[in-house]
Structure formats: C-alpha cells, structure tokens
Design a protein around this ligand. Sequence first.
Ligand code: BES
Ligand code: MN
Ligand code: ZN
Length: 496
Amino acid sequence: MLDIAFAKSALPKSGALALLIAEDANSPTREVLAAADAATGGAVSRALAVADFSGKQGQSAIVLAPGAGLTRVVAIGLGKAADLTSAGLENAGGSAAAQLGRDAVAALSAAGLSGAQAAAAALGATLRRYRFDLYRTKEKADDKPKLAKLTVLTDELPKAKAAWVAGKALADGVYLARDLVSEPPNVLNPVEMAERCKKLTALGVKVEVLGPREMTKLGFGSLMGVAQGSAAEPRMVVMKWDGAPATKGGKGKAKPLAFIGKGVTFDTGGISIKPAAGMEDMKFDMGGAAAVIGLMAALAGRKAKVDVVGLVGLVENMPSGTAQRPGDVVKSYSGQTIEVINTDAEGRLVLADVLWYCQQKFDPRFMVDLATLTGAMIVALGHDYAGFFANDDTLADQIAAAGRASGELAWRMPLDASFDKQIKSDIADMKNVGGRPGGAITAAAFIQRFVNGKTWAHLDIAGTAWAYSDQATVPKGATGYGVRLLDRMVAENFER
Ligand code: BES
Ligand code: MN
Ligand code: ZN
C-alpha cells in the first residue's frame, strides 16, 4: 500500500509536488503556489496560465522541471472552497496520485485545508494507487507504477494524523475487498474465501464458519441447492464486531447492525448456463460478500463504537451431474418453498437462507444486503449508481446520503407490492424469476420474502462492483464498492 506520511506545510526542496488548489482567487490553498512561484521565478504560475488552469473542479495541469529542484508540479483544481466535499477531496487526491509521474517519493500539498481534508486527499491517493500484482511475474520495472511514498503537507498536522487513523483503516478495508474480487475463481473458491475471513480475528473480529453439514442440518435447502453442482464446498461465515461500549446500569446493549453479502465465487449460470463471451467477469459475483468483509475490516480497524454482524453466503454456481435443474423445488430455511425456474438466478437463493438466519439469530436493528444480483440493474442505472431497495424510509435516506458523501452513489428503486405478483409459482410458494420486466425489482421482491418484516435494504451492485475504466479513486478493476458507503453510513448515524 502507498506509504502515507504527514508533514507541516512547506515547499519541498526536490521531487514531485502536487498542489490542491481551490478556484477562489484569495483561497489559502494558493499560498503554496505563491511559495513555488517565489522559488522558481514565477515558472509555475506562467505554465498554469498557459494551461488555462483556474482551479475548477476536475481541472489539472502538469508543469515539468519548473526549477528549485522540483521534477514536476501537478496542479489539481478543487472548485469553489464552499462546495468542497470529502468525496471531492478524495477525487482530487486520486487524480494527483495518478499524475505524479516517475518519482517514487512525492509530496501533496493540502495547505489551506483542514486536517480532515488532508486525510481525505490521502485516502483518495491511496485508493487510486491500488494494484493487484500477485500473478504478474514478468513485468519490467519501467512498466510498474513508481509512487511508493506520499508526504501530505498540512497546516493541521495533529488533526490530519488523527483523521488518518480512520482513513487508513478504511483504505485497508477497501483494499481487502478489491483483493478478494480480483483473485481468480480457481484460487478464491468458497473454502478459500472463508479462510480469508478468518484472518479478521487479528483485528478483534469474532469469526464463525459453517460448512455444508451444519447448513444442511439447519435446513438451508435454497443455498445448498445452488452449491450442489460444485466440487467446492459452500460456506457461510458470520463475523462479529462488538465495539459498542457497555451501557451504564447493565441495561444491555442495543441490537447489532447487520450486513449480508452475496458470495458466488463464480457464476457460470449453472444448468441455465451463461454464454461464453464475458463469462470470466463472473468472478466478481462475490463482490457483495467482499464488501461486507472489507466493511468489517474497516470498522474493526478503526475500532468503531458500534456492534455489527457481517454474514456472507459463499457458493460456486456450476453445471454438473449433481447440479440443480430448472424445475426443481427447494425448501428454504424459512420453510417457504421455491420453484427454481432459472438456475442463473442463484444469488437470491443464497441470500434467502442467509437473511432468514440473520434475523432469526441476531434480531438486528436492520439488515442491509449487497449483491451483484441482476444484469437488469445495469440496464436501469449503468455503472455510476448502484440501485437500492428498502422497506424503511429512514434507512433509505441514510443510505442515499452516505452514498453522496462517500462518492459511492446509490439510487432508490421502487418496491411496491405489485412487483411481488410476478414471482407467483403454480407449484411452490414462489418461483425464483419474475420475467424480464423490472428484473432488478422482482429480484428485490423475492429477497423481501425472506426478511420477515425486519427493517431492511438491498443494494444491487451488479453495475458498480467492477470499473471498466479508471476513475479518480478507483483504478480499472475491482472497486470495493460498498465499503466506503457503509462505513460512512455507520459512522454518521450509529456511532454518535
Ligand atoms: N450474477 C448475475 C448478475 C450479473 C449479471 C451481475 C451481469 C453482473 C453482470 C446473476 O446471478 C444473474 O445471472 N442474474 C440473471 C437473473 C435472470 C436469470 C433472472 C440476470 O441478470 O440475467
Ligand atoms: Mn447468475
Ligand atoms: Zn450471480
């Protein structure tokens, strides 16, 4: 991971320097610019003027070898200081990291900004510098990204360092989620993924793993039906973080928050097999589970003062002589029966049993599930917004607000009772698909039958789990979507 250090604002004597500059003419962020100009005989400002750089949000300009020992100065526009959000600062830090060039050690000036804002820029830089290198054995040194250490210059050194404790924990959580999603499906099967969950015990998370015998005994017919075609055994992992301080007078603690993830380590579609083109993408079908695991790591890493349970259902959806067939009827842990019309609608079958188990076992304050659930969600909202569904307006507002604040956007979708009609079955309590119209919504309607009336939201992250091109804080590849949004949602509503 990018090594982040903080230091008092001062013009560095050598190397590459990124400047975060607000649009406002008299902004204190421009004082470093003045210092750089004083040292270089005005070279930096002259170059920025030629580049039409004015500090507008999203603008950037690179000045090579301006003098005073500096190899390059990268100016990043922040827009108007009054409109600046932490997501905007993360984006600015990410753009800076992408443009800092060939120096392994560089500086990022957050002068004129608060310590918390400096830490947000550090987070963005760290997230943009992510790379999954495990299986590259022949890459030339020249082709590798150089930036290894970034010193963030700030006027509020102690505050920046304090904010970075949480920022670093969040970056660790996002990195973990991205690593899990990036791993190839021959390596990361359900058994291996459960092993990775166990590593969270080092952070103080309690981890319990259930295998096929325990889940069969419990009556997880819906999840086990998906798993039965694979040579790899399924797992359900329960992770607990007890961070809430005990209440005075021994009145006991508030109910935990619960996060549930779809962890299909590879989705071939099963007997309803998918077309070959692009099937390799379906290694990311465990992106919901990865986000829950990354979230637990982030919360534990920053010692969040809240009780949280994270549950992931881990299976591989394969066609084989033991695979379930279209037409099969399975009995879920809730007791409700399901006619499996399409074995490719497997995520909802996995979530059904895990959600029922979660509400039975933990009686949580709410449940939020994340799943790369439907192609229909991508058709509806594309890749910049996840779609979400909720049976509670307060929870819905908390998710949408945390999405805006974190930059991981989420748009609420309708979930009226009318959609539920589409999953009526002629032979069982329901069928697992509702046809093409509103495909993401009927999937949510299916899941809702397994929340037992509890406060609940479902995020369909099919379009946001993977980036098909570079974004400010996300290099092409696994995004870790959901970790930042939910960490923020917990911090803003349940720790104060
Ligand atoms: N994992 C897929 C959804 C998906 C598709 C995610 C493309 C990301 C990109 C899911 O298990 C699935 O196959 N859903 C089907 C449901 C259909 C059979 C009702 C789909 O969306 O086609
Ligand atoms: Mn599928
Ligand atoms: Zn799937």
